[in-house]
Design a protein around this ligand. Structure first.
Ligand SMILES: Cc1cc2nc3c(=O)[nH]c(=O)nc-3n(C[C@H](O)[C@H](O)[C@H](O)COP(=O)(O)OP(=O)(O)OC[C@H]3O[C@@H](n4cnc5c(N)ncnc54)[C@H](O)[C@@H]3O)c2cc1C
Length: 330
């Protein structure tokens, strides 16, 4: 995904040397969002030998403009809050490895083996999976080709680039309506909302805030069938699901806002997941595999919010500590 202007400086986070594949860690925390960073702080305060393995720092918080529901801050931007989290874990000199996602978590006797995309294997007595969620793709021709060239997944990040331009937003729930609002605020010329099903699933308060805007075009019961262009997006082809008629909408871009998918792939072979692939956890963040814990948006815990992910990350670290203590394995 293309998030210009929203990179978090993690240079200050770099501790001396990253995690060492020759070590055996008490806990390997996977992820770099609120759940993982909070888990790392709690694990460090319990003096556990830990390492953090992540693709990036901040997670979805970096996609959020203003946050008004994280206690202690009346309003804070996502970028600022992610920096605060970063400062918090800097104190504890947590060894971390960034830009190298985790591919798989397997078991070897009493240990977990955590393999990264660069084929480095780390060993841990416990694992906390806190890999969150990612945008669900449309899976239509042209989407992958034009990602970052007019296909976008984060209105908070990219809406300002569409001032004076025409945009399509795919989706019909709160995230799509919020994206439409962001684009209208950013002075997009026209915004066309395309929803797969009939009607709109967004909260009425969001619908009311945009419905009368003359720049907004609402198209429900339509599906996006193709994204077209030469070097960048130039058009989006949609099909009326009642009549089958296809229409080409000339546009400078399309924002895909059709929901999120859990990043549970690393434990897909190991842990139980529900029908939407969220990792099943109990109230102690324990999965069905002893020693494997999960926290935040990647799990079945309801209400995906920063404060909830942070709380679940704290619980997962304390639960991992208790697990090791009960086994006499500290
Ligand atoms: C646009 C938007 C606005 C939002 N606004 C709010 C709001 O105002 N208030 C609120 O409370 N919540 C809001 N949320 C929800 C909130 O951001 C999430 O609930 C929260 O960030 C989840 O935290 P997490 O740590 O569980 O996962 P994430 O934030 O998704 O973090 C997951 C981390 O894991 C890393 N990762 C993923 N896969 C791998 C892998 N295989 N290996 C290693 N690392 C991996 C990712 O790079 C990332 O660092 C918003 C979300 C979005 C998208």
């Amino acid at each position: 995904m293309d998030f210009p202007g929203f990179s978090l400086d993690v240079s200050a986070l770099q501790s001396d040397g990253g995690p060492n594949p020759d070590e055996i860690y008490d806990v390997l925390v996977i992820g770099g969002g609120p759940a993982a960073m909070t888990a790392a702080v709690y694990a460090a305060r319990k003096m556990l030998k830990l390492a953090l393995l992540t693709k990036d720092f901040g997670g979805q918080v970096m996609d959020t403009s203003d946050i008004e529901n994280y206690m202690g801050f009346q309003t804070i931007t996502g970028e600022e809050l992610a920096k605060k989290f970063q400062e918090q874990i800097r104190h504890f000199e947590v060894p971390f490895r960034k830009d190298d996602g985790v591919l798989s978590v397997t078991q070897d006797g009493d240990l977990f083996l955590v393999r990264t995309e660069n084929d480095v294997v780390f060993r841990g007595k416990t694992v906390i999976l806190a890999t969150g969620k990612r945008s669900r793709p449309l899976n239509v021709p042209g989407e992958r080709e034009f990602t970052g060239k007019g296909v976008a997944y984060c209105a908070t990040c990219d809406a300002p680039f569409y001032a004076g331009k025409d945009v399509v937003v795919a989706g019909g729930a709160n995230s799509a309506l919020t994206a439409a609002m962001d684009l209208l605020k950013a002075q997009a010329t026209h915004v066309t909302l395309v929803n797969f099903i009939e009607g709109w699933q967004a909260d009425e308060v969001l619908m009311a805030s945009v419905r009368d805007d003359q720049r907004l075009n609402l198209l429900d019961f339509h599906e996006v069938v193709r994204i077209e262009g030469k070097d960048r997006v130039e058009a989006v082809r949609v099909r009326n699901r009642k009549t089958g008629e296809e229409t080409v909408i000339r546009t400078n871009g399309i924002f895909v806002e059709i929901g999120l998918l859990p990043n549970s792939e690393p434990v897909a072979e190991l842990a139980q997941v529900n029908d939407v692939r969220e990792v099943l956890v109990d109230c102690h963040c324990a999965t069905n595999v002893p020693g494997l814990f999960a926290a935040g948006d990647v799990t079945t815990v309801p209400y995906k919010q920063i404060v909830i992910s942070a709380g679940e990350g704290a619980k997962a670290a304390l639960a991992a500590y208790d697990y090791l203590a009960q086994k006499g394995n500290l």
